[in-house]
Design a protein around this ligand. Structure first.
Ligand SMILES: Cc1ncc(COP(=O)(O)O)c(C=O)c1O
Length: 471
């Protein structure tokens, strides 16, 4: 029996029997069975189309034909490890180097974001001769033991903070200690890092690295104030450590204005190590660490080989090259800037109408909508956020929440997400928040126009509109 002919209930029963429940499903009460993806859309076993607003792995679009073709063609010829000379790996390193500041000129190829961050940790420790790490509160950097230890998002629910890990506050100007009315939140939040470093040093600890996502995502789609990273890097480097920018969620043009999100922090800011994953391979397991000659030389000086069986294979590099080609050819970085600012504008209009929309923040196609109980306390509207997400799902729009209060709707769709998609999603959100019967009015008009442009195979009766409800 072909896998996609099995009924949803049968798949769920098999999954429950054979897979650990630690491997969670989206929408556990009514999971979706997805059998096909194309562009910014995913299709269930009945053929219903969902707009994917969260998959930043399918960066240039689900199953992009040029990426699929590149993998297929290279698979037909050769796929082996990187111990042989091959042009794909050097071509790919060269292409990546053109996107980065000149100093970041040595590359390691791996298979996952976690592997990349684990290697970054090894590089930092080897280079500095120090052991400790400063991280941002609520951060997530991967699922390996080493990374759970530097991910407050995880270790708080496990065996807690190790003595070599030091946590600085999220540079969150909406909920943190220094807010939008502070004269210089970048310096104020960086001083918090300095304080954390000094207190570690007083205990005799030595800082190897500061790890941060260039835009913290699980922390609640946070946009650190510009100038924060250079200030932090100053404090960390004076303590003998290095700055690691985790671009696993936010790199490769997502922020629109720049190719890398750390570049939002200032033209001259250069991290010592940059880690890449997710979007880099459009779904194929590819990851990369870029660093400076100095850091790489220190690692080489151990004399120990770095070998990674699949990392940098000819197929992985062909895929990585194809992703860069598509980004260029389809001008997706500029597209992200344009669609992202349009989406921000539409969401901003909704904020004036719905007091539950506390803060709309974002850059390019990385946007967070912070739902609050009331403006005075900014208390997270967690249940309401859950409700909105489940209603959007009923409307065939896939979104999820994040942030410490799990109240931030996060938008990080494939980069081909369109103006029309933005209009449609916001119209649906408006209808849900207004509690309009059937989401009529502007919402329906947009829905109708977007249905006109759907492939005829799309069952229109599957695109139901939200039931009435009011916040
Ligand atoms: C910021 C960040 N870093 C690292 C990782 C780990 O990547 P992977 O799941 O590919 O190991 C993730 C995954 O969600 C992430 O969001």
């Amino acid at each position: 029996m072909a896998a996609d002919q099995r009924g949803k209930a049968a798949t769920l029963a098999l999954r429950r029997r054979l897979l650990s429940s630690s491997c969670r499903l989206f929408f556990p009460e009514d999971p979706i069975k997805i059998v096909r993806g194309q562009g910014q859309y995913m299709y269930d076993e009945q053929g219903a189309e969902y707009i994917d607003c969260i998959n930043n792995v399918a960066h240039v679009g689900h199953c992009h034909p040029l990426v699929v073709q590149a993998a297929h063609e290279q698979n037909q010829v050769l796929n082996t490890n990187s111990r042989y000379l091959h042009d794909n790996i050097v071509d790919y390193a060269q292409r990546l180097s053109k996107t980065l500041p000149e100093k970041l000129c040595v590359f390691y190829f791996l298979n996952s974001g976690s592997e990349a961050n684990d290697l970054a940790l090894r590089l930092a420790r080897q280079y500095t001769g120090h052991w400790d790490v400063v991280v941002l509160d609520h951060a997530y950097h991967g699922h390996l033991s080493s990374l759970i230890d530097i991910s407050p998002y995880k270790f708080r629910d496990l065996d807690g903070q190790k003595e070599w890990v030091h946590v600085a506050p999220l540079p969150d100007t909406y909920r943190g200690p220094y807010r939008e009315d502070h004269p210089n939140p970048a310096v104020a939040y960086a001083s918090e890092v300095k304080r954390v470093v000094s207190s570690a040093q007083e205990k005799g600890r030595k800082i190897a690295a500061f790890f941060a996502e260039s835009l913290p995502s699980v922390g609640g789609q946070i946009i650190p104030p510009a100038g924060y990273f250079p200030e932090v890097a100053g404090h960390i480097r004076r303590a003998g450590g290095v700055f690691v920018a985790d671009e696993i969620q936010v790199g490769f043009g997502r922020v629109g204005k720049h190719f890398w999100a750390f570049q939002l922090q200032g033209e001259d800011f250069v991290p010592d190590i940059v880690t890449m994953g997710k979007s880099i391979g459009n779904g194929h397991p590819v990851a990369c660490v870029a660093t400076t000659q100095a850091v790489a030389r220190a690692f080489e000086a151990t004399g120990v080989e770095y070998f990674n069986t699949f990392g940098g294979s000819p197929v992985s590099c062909a895929v990585g090259l194809a992703v860069l080609d598509v980004l260029e050819k389809e001008q997706l970085q500029a597209h992200a800037a344009c669609v992202g600012s349009f989406l921000m504008e539409l969401l901003g209009q909704q904020k004036a109408k719905h007091p539950i929309l506390g803060d709309i923040r974002g850059v390019g196609l990385f946007i967070g909508v912070d739902l609050i109980k009331d403006e005075a306390t900014r208390m997270p509207a967690t249940e309401e956020a859950d409700y909105v997400v489940s209603r959007l799902k009923e409307n065939y729009i896939l979104l999820s929440t994040d942030g410490p209060g799990r109240n931030v709707l996060k938008f990080k769709p494939p980069m081909c997400f369109s103006l029309e998609n933005a209009r449609h999603v916001v119209a649906k959100l408006d209808a849900i928040l207004t509690g309009e019967p059937g989401g009529q009015g502007a919402a329906d008009n947009v829905l109708e126009s977007s249905l006109e442009s759907q492939p005829p195979s799309m069952p229109r009766d599957r695109r139901l509109i939200a039931e009435p409800d009011v916040f």
